[in-house]
Design a protein around this ligand. Structure first.
Ligand code: NAP
Length: 307
């Protein structure tokens, strides 16, 4: 299927979770690589896939005969997961392990995403892939379960741990802030959690650049497969991120920095979850831009009335 100049037939790429923040961007960025089979829970763009349904996964793989699979679906409701452990476990861990086993049997490359929330936030430097995870919440535990199950499945896989994902579409901090700036004169934002905002579009662009090389046979996942940290460069608190959004939005709102103690939530969050991207850069020769640069580009895509 591959010769010295790349694939001889149009590769079939199964995208799972095609209607999420990252999935929606992947529909576009993967389209240049081959035929994208865009599966989602709603089924609007292609086949329906519900990761809760065990029987569906084998059928989906069998019917779509993919040359590669990208899974952007996940149970991402961090607070709700505290009371819905079984569902989060099924979607984020068990289903990912099952997909891994199905793809291991076929030798099909599998790209999957995980999270900074696998860490407890006590580090005094950006987390590396070799650091020991210790999730503080159910979401983090189940995502870590997915990583472990996938790595154990023997599938040729790349797992990209990312963080603080936002974009021009979906439920995210950027769009929430833009809406609240219009609705409120004053807003209290947590200033003691530090992380790296990641634009969903950049994540999708870089994923496609890596998958291109995998499909061409330029990257051997037996050699380079495994866990990678992949986030926007730089770090900031939620308050700092909100301030940067406000400055560029032209809107008016009084921002007040608060502590996590003043903003209780069902799920605990790490105080510091910056991920070191060095392994990704050195392996693939690709860089994620600084979060401020991506934020500016993303804001250009959002019409003033679009929030
Ligand atoms: N968002 C973040 O800040 C963040 C941070 C770190 C890592 N990540 C990881 O990055 C990846 C992409 O996240 P995202 O931000 O794009 O999340 P998202 O916008 O919440 O998208 C997740 C998608 O998964 C779908 N989904 C949920 N349950 C499903 C099921 N049972 N079967 C099939 N699809 C299902 C959702 O559909 P519905 O919306 O209809 O439920 C949604 O379209 C995930 O692996 C996530 O864990 C995200």
């Amino acid at each position: 299927m591959t010769n010295a100049t790349g694939p001889t037939e149009r590769p079939r790429i199964l995208l799972i979770g095609a209607n999420g923040q990252v999935g929606w961007e992947l529909r576009r960025t993967l389209a240049g690589l081959g035929e994208v089979i865009a599966a989602s829970i709603e089924g609007g763009y292609g086949p329906i896939v519900d990761l809760i349904d065990q029987g569906l996964l084998a059928k989906l793989i069998q019917d779509s005969r993919p040359d590669a699979v990208v899974n952007a679906a996940a149970y991402t409701a961090v607070d709700k997961a505290e009371t819905e452990r079984a569902i989060a476990q099924r979607i984020n861990a068990d289903a990912v392990g099952e997909l891994g086993a199905l793809l291991a049997a076929r030798g099909t490359p599998f790209i999957h995403y995980s999270t900074d929330f696998v860490f407890d936030g006590t580090s005094d430097r950006p987390y590396r892939e070799t650091d020991t995870p210790n999730p503080l919440n159910v979401y983090g535990e189940t995502k870590l379960g997915g990583e472990t199950a996938l790595l154990a499945s023997g599938a040729p896989t790349l797992i990209f741990r990312t963080s603080w994902v936002y974009g021009s579409r979906g439920a995210n901090f950027l769009l929430t802030m833009l809406r609240l700036f219009k609705e409120k004169d004053e807003l209290r934002v947590v200033d003691d959690q530090i992380g790296s905002p990641t634009w969903s579009r950049m994540l999708a662009e870089v994923t496609a650049l890596v998958l291109y090389r995998v499909l061409r046979g330029d990257l051997d996942l037996k050699a380079v497969g495994g866990l990678y940290h992949l986030t926007g460069t730089g770090e900031v608190s939620w308050y700092g991120f909100a301030k940067a959004i406000l400055e560029r939005s032209g809107l008016d709102c009084h921002l007040i920095p608060i502590t996590s103690v003043d903003y209780p939530a069902p799920a605990k969050r790490p105080a510091y979850s910056v991920l070191d991207n060095a392994k990704f850069r050195e392996t693939f020769g690709l860089w994620m831009p600084h979060w401020r640069e991506s934020l500016e580009q993303c804001l250009e895509l959002i019409p003033p009335s679009g929030t």
